[in-house]
Design a protein around this ligand. Structure first.
Ligand code: HEC
Length: 129
């Protein structure tokens, strides 16, 4: 009898705990995560182009432009971010802008153009992810 009561109590605590945890997850601002997933989508598209040795200049610029627009939204998507974080977001924007303006015409040019971009992704993730 006592064991059965404890099991019921345990289940009840488990259910309440799950509801609390689910509410906490829902309260979390989904935008930063969503933005990074989208950023990574465009970076991945470029990686696929490189892997397939098919780096079409206009397709490349389109992906880079999307990344540029996203990088501009980072400050708004990460409210309360500290200044060094915002500086890194700005660095990313500049790096992607430079890459876009260099208009990589083939895969080796694209690989070279992405290097400074990837460095900023890494620099920010090392500190803030
Ligand atoms: C200014 C800082 C900053 C820059 C620059 C940055 N990120 Fe992030 N990134 C973050 C933070 C913070 C997280 C964790 C966000 C979260 O999950 O809520 C993150 C998470 C991620 C994730 C993990 C998402 C997941 O599924 O959990 C990916 C992928 C990612 N970033 C890709 C990129 C790529 C690609 C770039 C460069 C083109 C980049 N990020 C540039 C700050 C940055």
């Amino acid at each position: 009898m006592r064991a059965a009561l404890l099991i019921v109590l345990g289940l009840a605590i488990g259910i309440v705990g799950t509801v609390f945890a689910m509410n906490a997850l829902e309260d979390r601002n989904p935008l930063p995560h969503a933005m990074m997933v989208t950023m990574n989508f465009h970076r991945h598209q470029l990686q696929q182009a490189i892997r397939g040795q098919h780096c079409d200049a206009s397709a490349t610029v389109e992906q880079l432009q999307s990344m540029q627009m996203l990088s501009k939204d980072i400050p708004a998507a990460f409210p309360d971010a500290p200044q060094p974080f915002l500086d890194l977001a700005h660095q990313l924007h500049s790096a992607v802008q430079t890459a876009t303006q260099s208009a990589p015409a083939d895969c080796p040019a694209l690989i070279a153009a992405l290097k400074p971009v990837d460095k900023v992704c890494g620099d920010c993730h090392k500190q803030y992810r």
